[in-house]
Ligand binder design. Structure first.
Ligand SMILES: NC(=O)c1ccc[n+]([C@@H]2O[C@H](COP(=O)([O-])OP(=O)(O)OC[C@H]3O[C@@H](n4cnc5c(N)ncnc54)[C@H](OP(=O)(O)O)[C@@H]3O)[C@@H](O)[C@H]2O)c1
Length: 254
């Protein structure tokens, strides 16, 4: 880890409390036990960061919205899950690489009985994800590419499994993660189009939204980009503040 000062975290709901990134990480690991995966699919959380006007990118990337607290929580969430899902455009724009780089975090996962790093799951209907991403150059990375296309990514050094999506949506994918890869807990990092499909198909159990103290205006990339049959009701479970950024954890009504 870098020598940067760790962010100060303050829980403001349900009960006020001071937290550290490490205590938050321990909470996440402990919470796994309360979140029994269903038999047919993993327990799934969706994590996004947005400006106060609900935009998810600044100059095409989420980096400008994300402060040190959000980055710390983002990595803590990754460090405690079995699989990380992301869309092709997010992977390409954000130059996705290894899921958990920090050797201390990898060791912590192993002590908790988890694989050293989560399975990386890229959803790319037309296989538009770039084979040049650092993720595919990692010999040790375990990657699933979920696609409707029949091809393969040329030149990938990582171990890549292909899951061929039919026309039935993403339920096939999450079921296969549970049955074929033993995934009990999964985390989706967006983008907005992948998030919309997972929400519309009723596959999301919790929604994490970090709100950065910033107004971005256009272009209009909202947190969820796609139709929902009806509004989805959320229940606020947790709210953490750090330097004006607020991390909200919501339960998603089933
Ligand atoms: N603020 C945040 O937390 C956050 C998080 C993630 C991304 N972002 C931003 O969001 C923007 C990208 O948004 P986006 O919505 O286009 O990203 P996305 O969902 O990551 O990528 C869209 C692509 O993913 C694949 N995909 C998504 N849903 C699919 C489905 N149901 N079935 C099959 N394939 C599916 C498709 O790939 P193919 O083209 O191969 O079919 C689609 O073109 C970027 O600016 C990124 O920086 C922000």
């Amino acid at each position: 880890m870098s020598g940067a000062v760790p962010p100060r975290l303050r829980r403001i709901f349900p009960e006020p409390a001071e937290l550290t990134v490490e205590s938050f990480l321990e909470e996440l690991l402990a919470r796994r036990a309360d979140r029994a995966p269903r038999e047919d699919r993993p327990w799934l959380a969706l994590n996004m960061v947005a400006s106060a006007d609900g935009r998810v990118a600044l100059d095409g990337r989420s980096e400008g919205l994300s402060g040190s607290a959000d980055r710390a929580l983002f990595h803590a969430l990754r460090a405690t899950t079995d699989a990380v899902l992301f869309g092709a455009k997010t992977a390409n724009l954000e130059r996705y690489g290894r899921m958990v780089k920090d050797p201390d975090r990898r060791a912590l996962r192993e002590r908790a009985g988890l694989a050293p790093e989560p399975l990386a799951v890229c959803v790319s209907g037309e296989l538009s994800v770039s084979a040049e991403l650092p993720l595919f150059a990692e010999l040790e990375a375990r990657v699933v590419v979920a696609t409707r296309a029949l091809g393969r990514l040329e030149g990938a050094r990582a171990e890549v499994d292909y899951l061929r999506l039919g026309d039935a949506g993403l339920e096939t994918l999450v079921r296969a993660l549970r049955s074929d890869h033993g995934v009990e807990h999964a985390l989706c990092e967006g983008g907005p189009r992948l998030s919309a499909t997972l929400l519309a198909e009723g596959l999301v159990d919790e929604f994490y939204l970090t709100i950065a103290p910033l107004l971005v205006g256009s272009p209009p990339f909202p947190v969820v980009q796609g139709p929902l049959a009806q509004p989805i009701r959320l229940e606020l479970l947790d709210s953490i503040e750090s330097a004006g950024t607020v991390f909200q954890r919501y339960g998603v009504a089933s």
